[in-house]
Design a protein around this ligand. Sequence first.
Ligand code: PMP
Length: 401
Amino acid sequence: ESVFSHVAHAPEDPILGVTVAYNKDPSPIKLNLGVGAYRTEEGRPLVLSIVRKAEQQIVNDMTRVKEYLPITGLAEFNKLSARLIFGADSLAIRENRVTTVQCLSGTGSLRVGAEFLAKHYHQRMIYIPHPTWGNHPKVFTLAGLNVKTYRYYDPTTRGLNFQGLLDDLGSAPSGAIVLLHACAHNPTGVDPTLTQWEQIRQLIRSKGLMPFFDSAYQGFASGSLDADAESVRMFVADGGELLVAQSYAKNMGLYGERVGALSVVCKTAEVAGRVESQLKLVIRPMYSNPPIHGASIVAFILKDRSMYNEWTVELKMMADRIISMRQQLYDALRSRGTPGDWTHIIRQIGMFTFTGLNSKQVAFMTKEYHIYMTSDGRISMAGLSSKRVPHLADAIHAAVT
Ligand code: PMP
């Protein structure tokens, strides 16, 4: 008998499990709106042409070797990533108060940041929005932090519960860590306005809370890299400290390459140097050092003005297609006379729409229409195409009538 015979079968991941179920469905009309990955109008995964171009030049460069990167990753990638999120003219960068380390995409950056905080920060309480990306509570708990939630979403307006957010952060213990989605909140698609961000910033700073930004969708929400970084830059501009986890999964389409970065903005260059030395102690026993290929692609694109510009054009094209899917779905529901207010479909931002459909309606749409999504009613707009909008609209209409 196996020594592992007591091991119970674990449940599928609630998000990745949607794709598992989708793959098993033989129906020709099936539609996967579960996974958060960009698809073309034809429903196919997209490799950006700027990524192909960078990759080709990297592969053809015979001087490039496959040596280990340093524990902190590719130095040039780190420098360029900090500039991308904080802005080229960032005072914190000029003052050398930022330390940036290459990590395994957004998830790995969150995990390294959380482990560092659990070890070296005086407060282990982290407040995450309710709802949030399903992996957040697991990442932070396993890193040794105590997870609490703050109110974020108001189901009646399908918008922000701003008062609830202020009340909950206002009663958080001093120094508590606050996880903030930099833009395109997942799963709700609801972001604070800049005026609301400013109020959140004042509250967080006045209470000495520690902001930890999750930036998984820079440029993907509005189509503008600068606009989507506004929230983070407001917090850096006040001179206070914070952490940011960046991912290149969505905005460069580098999902499986696992490219991301963790930045810690400190009060002084001296502190930043010591923080970096401790980040290395977190990383070394975890995976030693990060992979070289994806970070080389990113650095190649970010350092060259014309490649960077080409990237922004492709990025905007993806963002615009998603925005157009929102309009098309909204119009299709309007034209069917589907009961209810569906304006949130065009009000929400980023990859996801939080439809407001409940788990029973979701189950109905999967069973009768072969449409797959997470049970909280979140649909990935990036998985939708003009051709498939009528099918989805029919399903939603049937589910709510
Ligand atoms: N944070 C949020 C809010 C996300 O939606 C995602 C991707 N689904 C991530 C982080 C991390 O993704 P990755 O590790 O692939 O960069």
